[in-house]
Design a protein around this ligand. Sequence first.
Ligand code: KG4
Ligand code: ZN
Length: 397
Amino acid sequence: MHLLGIETSCDETAAAVVSEASDARHPWRIRSNVVASQIDLHREWGGVVPELASRQHLRDICGVVERSLSEAGIGLGGLGAVAVTQGPGLIGSLLVGVAFGKALALSLGVPVVPVHHLAGHIESLFLHHGPLPLPAMILVVSGGHTSLYLVPKVGDYRLVGRTRDDAAGEAYDKVAKLLGLGYPGGPVLDRMAQQGRDDAIPFPIARMTHPDRNVAPAVATPAGFGKMLEGRSDFSFSGLKTAVRRYVQKRLAELGEPDGLDGLGPGDTPATLPHAEMADVCASFQRVVVETLLDRTFEAARWFGAISVGIAGGVAANSRLRADGQARGAHAGLPVYFPPLDLSTDNAAMIAAAGLRRLRQGAIGRLDLNAQATLPMPSPGHDPVSAGERDGRTGAP
Ligand code: KG4
Ligand code: ZN
């Protein structure tokens, strides 16, 4: 079975062909993985502009899908199914992929499989490494999400922690912006941090001691701990971002530099600190983010009895997170898995892999399948697609 995956949830138009193989240790094979990035388009605005993103997806999607098929050496007739990101993401961007995926599946007479974007990030680990030792504690850390999932068995993802405000990648992007490092901030801040001292500035580490009062608890707590650990696996990064901002404002004032940080608009360049000091800010910020992510992930792994740890999503490309994550794993006696760099940031191979998983679970979308900006993660106990839509196959024979 060859499956075409389509991903358009944010600012990358991506298509990939992934095939099933008979090797149990590596059941999926990537035949092509094409990504058209919109970074250059959004750079001058300092972030993703949703309307521009959806228009660019429209321009790019046909060419990206054609290229993924030709690189895979597979014609349209060779496809057994089409998987597409249904959400979460920018609604205008998602709609392009969902409409394209449904139309293609219908015209070919094959099933269309809706995929949750974060399930895709989780499956990027299984796609590259084969089956992970289970139960696994998996951190998905990207520009839009910082979520911890317990995976007790393949295809079963249980939310045990999430950010209460900014995602870690978002904090990287916002801090990079206020330092004038450009967009997207993660990779450039990561490089800059390597030149600085990580203990130069004692930025605060946020610890959660109570459940989130604003949101109903959708997260699982470990059995046997009662309410004691409720909310303890959550994250918060907006306080750190504000601390960096205050620090930079204070230093600019001390240096007699104009502080252009308030009302910073697209294309504005904020006043910058001397290079060495900027590197210290980056290194100190990065230390706090990485420590927070790893503390919470390894604590949750212990509480839930996980025997492996996975870290996926765009921020999993971070050099310090990779190095410190491996060191923590060695210390805790847990194997730690990261996807390769091209499967860390948004791509369609991970969507195709999650699509194959869901297809084998019987989850097939109907023709009225729609994009959903805030799609909840389906769970085997409560899965709207596999529960109610099995007999409404999209053009399935
Ligand atoms: O998964 P992804 O490609 O898109 C979303 O689903 O959000 O993640 C993009 C995020 C951006 O915030 C970007 O700044 C961050 O990942 N990122 C990094 C690094 N590379 C990408 N953050 C820290 N260090 C990096 N090396
Ligand atoms: Zn993503």
